[in-house]
Design a protein around this ligand. Structure first.
Ligand code: GAR
Length: 210
């Protein structure tokens, strides 16, 4: 598993913790790639003995040249699964086409609401509060060539409270949804329990062990 990050890396931490607990039986995080130098997520990886690489987005002129560098790195790391855990760059289709149904993203809202180009990080929660919806949540989905439009694997709901700030809401969505859903989806992928039919993802129920 190669994890792509840009910031604090709390979702990366949730994955590391899940792997340590033995909750990701058939997967191992082998490399963390950051689009930002000095991202705290890199520290979390180092503290857990995971290889890190930095590919600064700002060192590349455009999305295509950046995506080519990311693709080269993923191939070098022999990624079977790529997880975008707070990765704030939209990848070109040269990456998504090379890893069909093998890139997973966590988005901090209930797709198809509050998603797509421009909706990332705190901006998502600001938009949720501006609109006044009472329920939000998080979505884990496969990544395809359109932003936040790939097949949905798991979703979880979270209440919006009247006195929420974007920061308070972000924390609640992480605690009550993202940090559980992302490791769960990764685990399902590694157990080969996600089936794709007509472009939609379905979780295969676990067979009873006799
Ligand atoms: C998370 O809320 C994640 O869902 C969101 O950014 C935050 C990263 O936090 N990702 C996006 O908005 C991507 N479109 P983290 O670095 O602590 O995991």
């Amino acid at each position: 598993i190669v994890v792509l990050v840009s910031g604090g890396g709390t979702n990366l931490q949730a994955l590391i913790d899940a792997e340590k607990r033995g909750d990701i039986k058939y997967g191992k995080i082998t490399c963390v790639i950051s689009s930002k130098e000095g991202a705290y997520a890199l520290k979390r990886a180092e503290q857990n003995g995971i290889k890190t690489r930095v590919l600064p987005r700002k060192s590349f002129a455009d999305s295509l040249s950046y995506s080519k560098a990311v693709l080269t790195a993923l191939n070098e790391e022999m990624a079977d699964l790529v997880v975008l855990a707070g990765f704030m760059t939209i990848l070109d289709e040269i990456v998504t086409k090379a890893y069909p149904y093998r890139i997973i993203n966590v988005h901090p809202a209930l797709i198809p609401a509050f998603c797509g180009v421009g909706y990332y990080g705190l901006k998502v929660h600001e938009a949720v509060l501006d609109y006044g919806v009472k329920i939000t949540g998080a979505t884990v989905h496969f990544v395809n060539e359109k932003a936040d439009a790939g097949a949905i694997i798991l979703q979880g709901t979270v209440s919006v409270e009247a006195d929420d700030t974007p920061e308070i809401l972000q924390k609640r969505v992480m605690e009550q949804a993202e940090w559980n859903l992302l490791p769960e989806a990764v685990s399902l992928f590694c157990e080969d329990r996600i089936e794709i039919r007509d472009g939609k993802a379905y979780v295969i129920e676990k067979q009873e062990e006799i």
